[in-house]
Design a binder for this molecule. Structure first.
Ligand SMILES: Cc1cc2nc3c(=O)[nH]c(=O)nc-3n(C[C@H](O)[C@H](O)[C@H](O)COP(=O)(O)OP(=O)(O)OC[C@H]3O[C@@H](n4cnc5c(N)ncnc54)[C@H](O)[C@@H]3O)c2cc1C
Length: 401
């Protein structure tokens, strides 16, 4: 039976980058195993199909981990970072540009075109790729790894790049946790992150379909625990958009999202504008917020304050209404779960991996990408972690073999 030098389980962002870096460093005998029919299905769907592959403002503070030693994530990003990824994908013929919030996309704005760059490069680099192969178990037998996937594969080095359990329809049903567990690894509690938030339906009544730029604070028992700016999209179940995704990393049922619809104006400025309008005795309440906030938002604020649209604006409590526009409370009732999440919070304990992301439990075993207990904010950070961790493991493998 042929023995490979390296087997990589999972042909997603981390697995493909690891394979590409191994090929660049001249490591031959690399086998990439992917359970789907084709490589990089999730990568091809990222960034609403546009492929937000990294971020101009990437920094370790954009990442979360319960188990990484201080500086561990930063060291990975420093050893192989955004500029390395952009240079390598640029050399493969990709053009990349910065969009809003420092998000970096392919100029094609097609995530699938990034996956194509990988596919062609891996074929040219001599990486063996097998798709429709789902790895069921892996073990160390003597001095080789034995990988079972219906058929058996052998290798000197094993890289687990199976992703987490977010968006399982892309092939990520959490297999990697059991594969790592068989080598003695522990997995921290797993939670969906970068996911839409469910809200008490009465709090968002009348707002379905509205998309506005806001700033929002997440409050727990009245204390702010996180804050985010960006768009918020109201839906029938609650809220989506950048702000909901960012805050979902922290939000729990029972928290309150306090939305500021006018972040660039003070409450005083809003009050003054509303008072000026209300001075017109003929003005109806329904017209008070016109040209101040989105009309559906304006109606919702009035309704919440028990005000009918046909009432005279002159008698309205403008101070309270200005305050409501800057602190619109939405009680959080949970989230849409792993099916809808972009990333898994938690994973294989980082303190069980060394600086090269090699297992401290099993020599020659590497764990990269979302499978490890590292998750990033929304904006290209998770793909950067997948690429960086895959590359760092590849460089260590190339050094030792
Ligand atoms: C809809 C969506 C949009 C996103 N948008 C962005 C974005 O714009 N920017 C960003 O930075 N991040 C984004 N993310 C997150 C990002 O895609 C992931 O964090 C990243 O892909 C993780 O890379 P990975 O290689 O670790 O895992 P994955 O990319 O999930 O790859 C793991 C691969 O392993 C395979 N696999 C699993 N188990 C087995 C097995 N037993 N045998 C063989 N193969 C197996 C899977 O089929 C999969 O192909 C998005 C995620 C989703 C779901």
């Amino acid at each position: 039976m042929q023995k490979y030098r390296v087997i990589i389980v999972g042909g997603g962002a981390a697995g493909m980058y690891c394979a590409l870096r191994l090929a660049d460093l001249g490591v031959r005998g690399v086998l990439l195993l992917e359970r789907n029919e084709r490589l990089g299905r999730k990568l091809s769907a990222t960034g609403n199909g546009q492929g937000n592959i990294t971020n101009a403002q990437i920094a370790a503070c954009n990442y979360f981990s319960q188990t990484a030693a201080p500086g561990a994530v930063e060291r990975v990003l420093r050893r192989y970072g955004r500029d390395d990824v952009l240079a390598r994908l640029g050399a493969l013929g990709g053009l990349f540009s910065e969009g809003e919030g420092g998000k970096i996309y392919p100029a094609s704005r097609q995530a699938a075109s990034v996956t194509d760059l990988f596919r062609f490069a891996l074929a040219r680099g001599g990486v063996s790729v097998r798709t429709k192969v789902r790895v069921r178990s892996a073990a160390r037998e003597g001095n080789v790894f034995s990988v079972q996937a219906g058929e058996r594969f052998l290798s000197d080095v094993l890289v687990l790049a199976c992703g987490g359990c977010a968006a399982p329809h892309f092939g990520t049903e959490g297999d990697g946790y059991a594969l790592a567990g068989a080598f003695g690894h522990t997995v921290t509690p797993l939670r969906p992150s970068l996911v839409q938030l469910k809200a008490d339906p009465t709090s968002v009544r009348g707002l379905k379909g509205v998309r506005v730029e806001v700033e929002a604070a997440l409050l727990r028992a009245g204390t702010e625990i996180a804050r985010a700016a960006g768009d918020i999209i109201f839906t029938d179940y609650g809220v989506s958009g950048d702000v909901a995704f960012r805050l979902s990393a922290f939000a729990k049922e029972g928290d309150v999202l306090s939305v500021d619809f006018l972040p660039s104006f003070t409450e005083e400025e809003i009050r003054a504008a509303l008072e000026n309008k209300a001075a017109d005795r003929a003005l109806a309440a329904g017209d008070l917020f016109r040209c101040v906030v989105n009309s559906a938002v304006g109606r919702c604020i009035l309704r919440r304050n028990g005000i009918r649209e046909e009432e005279a604006a002159a008698r309205l409590p403008v101070r309270a209404l200005a305050h409501a526009a800057k602190s619109f409370a939405i009680p959080v009732a949970g989230n849409l779960g792993f099916d809808a999440a972009q990333v898994t919070k938690g994973g294989v304990s980082m303190d069980e991996l060394d600086e090269d992301l090699m297992s401290r439990r099993q020599d020659g075993l590497y764990i990269v990408g979302e499978l490890a207990d590292v998750d990033g904010e929304c904006g290209g950070y998770n793909l950067q972690w997948a690429f960086s961790s895959g590359a760092v493991a590849a460089e260590a493998i190339a050094r030792r073999h």
